[in-house]
Design a protein around this ligand. Structure first.
Ligand code: UD1
Length: 424
């Protein structure tokens, strides 16, 4: 079992280069299934969810090779359209292979995906969209068998909620379907645009991604982009390192982070009293003295405040002067980090969608566990500003989305290390 051991109270200084986006690389890897040939990707983050996607591709028969953040996937020949439950359960994004496999082979067998426990995470919108496009889907004891005997047909989808995953799955299914597909009330996240850019580079005809209406005209087949395709920067990782600076103090330059994707997050750091400057694709943050509470933070779909940054921004607000109210509108159970923060001395009352955070002068280090990916990252932020030593177990959650978080933070002066303990 691995733990992060963090001795808080040391300000951070230096530069951090933003990793590639987890939520962009995963759908792009699934999209490789649609490409008959070798795709080369750049800026793929070295995180365990990326390795899980690569394992799925390999199990389907693709040839995957990687060198650090460069990856190539050759899906010229696929030998399987089944994804076993152990691979499906590694992450939520495994479900995105449904649309890609249906598009490429006209069938697939998989099961319900895993991922962080944030409350119920149904896949009803994914399934009903695939059915609408002509797939026959059966669900027997959790094994989902899908076939599209006559191929997928383009159609109009009006999403009841702009689900990121459902939008991606429909895009993947639609690019080689017969005729036109229109997605209204589509998700607008930057990761959707990254997937759109990738698919267009492969020859797909897509317009409107980044807006609420995406139109896709099916093409016969996709071919690999002529140039290596670059994954966008991870806006949530960038927000996490800004939060580390807000908790620990000091000054950091977060490089290559696409500040335009952080427009809902940057003002919250400013309200807290951090000094921020945006230079091109970089953000400089300087924090000294006690933070101030922020206006009510309501999580929303993009371009609103991201649910993935909710826990991460709660960490600095635990020690801000005054009270900040959070309203979580996307997931039903996304305050599991609050208990751990309270054990560090925070004053958080969470009930239903709302958490009321009343700033205390200090947090104190303790032994704690990451409840999920972003909750775990938030505990790292909190520990950097806490008095004494914090031990965080459940590091595998954090590794799902962050490239060697301890190396990145130690390079900026944090006292952080990873230890491996024998299982009792
Ligand atoms: C993606 C992100 C995740 C982020 C989330 C919301 C990836 C790999 N993950 O997750 O980091 O927190 O968007 O920005 O990109 N829903 C249904 N039925 C469905 C699908 C979704 O009810 O079929 C609900 C979910 O339970 C949730 C809401 O819609 O309440 C948003 O989910 P969705 O946008 O689909 O999130 P994910 O794609 O799972």
């Amino acid at each position: 079992m691995q733990k992060l051991v963090i001795e808080g109270g040391t300000p951070l200084f230096g530069e951090i280069i933003t990793q590639g986006a987890k939520n962009a690389v995963l759908p792009v890897l699934a999209a490789c299934v649609l490409c008959e040939g070798k795709v080369t990707l750049r800026n793929c983050p070295c995180i365990s969810d990326r390795y899980a996607s690569a394992r799925i591709l390999s199990a389907l028969g693709a040839k995957v090779t990687a060198d650090g953040t460069h990856l190539s996937a050759d899906c010229s020949v696929l030998s399987s359209d089944d994804i076993c439950s152990s691979l499906m359960k590694t992450m939520r994004s495994s479900i995105i292979f449904m649309g890609a496999l249906l598009g490429r082979t006209g069938k697939c067998t998989l099961c319900y995906p895993g991922g962080c426990d944030l409350g119920p995470r149904p896949i009803d919108m994914h399934i009903s969209a695939m059915r609408k496009m002509g797939a026959v889907i059966s669900d027997e004891y959790g094994v989902i068998s899908c076939t599209a005997p006559e191929g997928l047909k383009g159609c109009r989808h009006s999403l009841s909620f702009p689900s990121v995953g459902a939008t991606e799955n429909i895009m993947l299914a639609a690019v080689t379907a017969e005729g036109e597909t229109v997605i209204s009330n589509a998700a607008r996240e930057p990761e959707i645009c990254c997937l759109g850019d990738f698919l267009r580079a492969c020859g797909a005809k897509i317009s409107g991604d980044g807006g609420g209406r995406i139109a896709i005209e099916g093409v016969k087949k996709l071919t690999p982009p002529p140039e290596p395709f670059e994954i966008i920067p991870d806006r949530i990782a960038a927000a996490t390192y800004l939060s580390c600076a807000a908790c620990a103090g000091g000054e950091l330059l977060i490089r290559d982070c696409a500040p335009a994707h952080l427009e809902a997050v940057i003002p919250v750091f400013e309200q807290m009293g951090c000094r921020l400057r945006v230079f091109g694709s970089n953000i400089y943050i300087y924090k000294k003295g006690r933070l101030k509470a922020a206006d009510t933070i309501r999580t929303m779909v993009y371009p609103g405040f991201p649910t993935d940054a909710q826990a991460i921004l709660m960490a600095p607000l635990c020690t801000a002067e005054g009270t900040t109210v959070f309203v979580e509108n996307i997931f039903e159970n996304r305050y599991r980090h609050a208990d751990a923060m309270c054990r560090m001395g925070a004053d958080i009352r969470a009930e239903g969608k709302v958490a009321v955070v009343t700033g205390v002068p200090r947090l104190y280090g303790t032994a704690t566990a990451a409840p999920d990916l972003r909750g775990g990252a938030a505990l790292v932020c909190a520990a950097l500003g806490a008095a004494g030593t914090t031990e965080i177990s459940g590091v595998s959650y954090i590794d799902r989305g962050y490239e060697e978080i301890e190396r990145v933070l130690a390079a900026a002066g944090a006292k952080i290390s990873r230890i491996t303990e024998e299982k009792q």
